[in-house]
Design a protein around this ligand. Sequence first.
Ligand code: ATR
Length: 276
Amino acid sequence: MVENRLYGVIGQPVAHSLSPLMHNTAFAVTGFEAHFSAFAVTDLEAAVAGIRALGIAGVSVTLPHKTAVIKHLDWIDDEALAIGAVNTIVNRCGRLCGYNTDVSGAINALQSKIELSGRKVLILGAGGAARALVYGALKAGSSVAIGNRTADRGQALAEEFGACFLSRSEWDGFAPEILVNTTSLGMSPEVDKMPLPETFLTPEMVVMDIVYNPLRTRLLKAAKECGAQTIDGLTMFVGQGALQFELWTGKKAPFEVMRQTVLAELQRGERSSVGD
Ligand code: ATR
């Protein structure tokens, strides 16, 4: 009998999620017999009971459930616990295990361009994505500063993880070698926005944007024009997805195929969601 292996993404909204396309393609090219669906979920508790009852093999968790899902699971990986967010569930013989692949997805993307140890990193934003980046960059040995519109929120994040918070007037003095935008500034339809002026950018910087709609945000365009190295949001999205694939299947993820598939879809039509 062929095992019926079902995977999916739970979140709200998920109608425009690129995860089904990315994972079904990865399953197909590696010969892994499984299917991946999108489930719009508002009642999280009932959804997790459904995962157990139906024996769903693995789940990607996206907004707004990444934190709330923790209390419904049987085991949580240390890194996911430290960040307070789970984006991946693995069903091991009925035990639901929670992981966070956003951290390594983002850090791997950065490390493909630059060694993080001893580097000065400025992270803009203080939401869920910023938490993963701050945690990961500190763990990799970077000196991390946080910049955020709402100072209280930025300060709280800095205190929680042992980073420092910088007000806008202090960013220049910090002179970061790596800049990461985790805010939604620059995302469609407000594509003309960027989180700081072009004059802040230098050719020596590595600039990463987690926004992937559009792929080339105004920040990344400006960074490229000034000679800086850039990392787009798609690299991080596919990075976290590739690590999910490896947790679920035990196989090496076909990263380039996944990236090309999602890229082609993004280029075909406008997408309205990020981060899943
Ligand atoms: P996520 O969990 O996806 O990271 P979030 O919790 O909504 O999303 O966080 C979004 C981040 O973008 C926040 O840091 C937010 O700043 P505030 O804490 O001041 O709200 C930032 N952000 C969103 N719109 C912004 C804008 N127009 N200018 C500056 N920062 C903005």
